[in-house]
Design a protein around this ligand. Structure first.
Ligand code: FPP
Ligand code: MG
Length: 295
């Protein structure tokens, strides 16, 4: 991973604009899940660290833009770039990062560059769907999962697929693994938004629902509530919640065992991923760490 970090810094320096490099240094790198995945699947491939650096730049760009779109004030516990530097700067820094990433992608086999590029189109479509779906209280489970696939899982799927191509492994099986890892990752994210405290999350709790995002636990809860409960939940959609309403939502989630239900769903995706890749213990460890993480 040290090589990936060095390469990320090198690529950003090559942009040849110190202001952008300085701003980039203020970002928290996060878990680097995508790069870790590539290195785990293709540890011997000489170009794996570069591919890891490229996808981390794309991911960073997407989060910069996402925070502008979501008007998020915090990212990974620190003020977002849009909060400190303004939205224009956040967008432009994102543009620099993802265009630089795409330039470097041209060095790869077209099957890889196409897979990654297409996944970024899907990512962008997923983001647009996410924003559109937050306009009203979505109760459609399958539509929600489709959006999650596009917004989060598709890039991770492309990482696993590409790394398998780099190392001559079964690309179909690894793509399945990546897709399920991405979906499970996002579902756990949805759960943590409800269960983790604000200090751990680095953003307000129950933030998704306040942003209008009706995530899997809320869709499941809505299905189980009686008419009065349904109405109360919908009333709270896309609002800043007071402590009483937060408490009510949490108690209803407890009563109907919603969090356990969402974890069971994530676990099933995880099992399907493990079945696809078989004996690869390091990949099992990655997906287990995603399911069991607390932040
Ligand atoms: C986070 O979702 C957002 C994403 C995973 C994808 C965002 C994609 C774009 C903005 C498309 C543009 C892409 C590029 C490369 C510029 P979230 O808001 O649910 O999660 P959060 O709580 O981490 O903000
Ligand atoms: Mg967001």
């Amino acid at each position: 991973m040290k090589t990936v970090e060095t390469l990320i810094a090198k690529l950003v320096d090559e942009v040849d604009y110190p202001h952008a490099a300085e701003l980039f240094k203020t970002l928290s790198g996060g878990k680097r899940l995508r790069a870790r995945l590539i290195l785990t699947i293709a540890p011997e491939a000489p170009n794996a660290p570069l591919l890891g650096a490229i996808v981390e730049l794309i991911h960073a760009a997407s989060l910069l833009h996402d925070d502008v779109i979501d008007e998020a004030q915090l990212r990974r516990g620190v003020p977002s770039v849009n909060a400190t530097q303004g939205s224009k700067t956040a967008i432009m820094l994102g543009d620099i990062l993802y265009s630089k990433a795409f330039s470097e992608l041209t060095a790869f086999d077209p099957a890889i560059s196409r897979a990654v590029a297409e996944s970024v189109t899907r990512l962008s479509v997923g983001e647009m769907m996410d924003v559109a779906m937050a306009e009203s209280f979505n109760t459609d489970h399958d539509l929600y999962l489709k959006m999650l696939y596009l917004k989060t899982a598709t890039l991770i799927e492309a990482c696993a697929f590409s790394a398998a191509l780099l190392s001559g492994k079964d690309h179909k099986a690894h793509a399945t693994y990546g897709k399920n890892l991405g979906l499970a990752f996002q579902i756990v994210d949805d759960i943590l938004d409800i269960t983790a405290d604000e200090a751990t999350l680095g953003k307000p709790s129950l933030n998704d629902f306040s942003e209008g995002k009706v995530t899997l636990p809320y869709i499941d809860l809505y299905e189980r509530l009686d008419e009065a409960g349904k109405e109360r939940l919908v009333q709270n959609h896309a609002k800043v919640l007071n402590e009483e309403e937060k408490g009510w939502i949490r108690s209803q989630m407890d009563d109907y065992k919603i969090i356990e239900h969402s974890y069971t769903y994530a676990r099933a995706l995880c099992d399907e991923a493990i079945e696809a890749i078989g004996e690869e213990t390091a990949l099992r460890a990655i997906i287990e760490s995603v399911i069991q993480r607390s932040h």
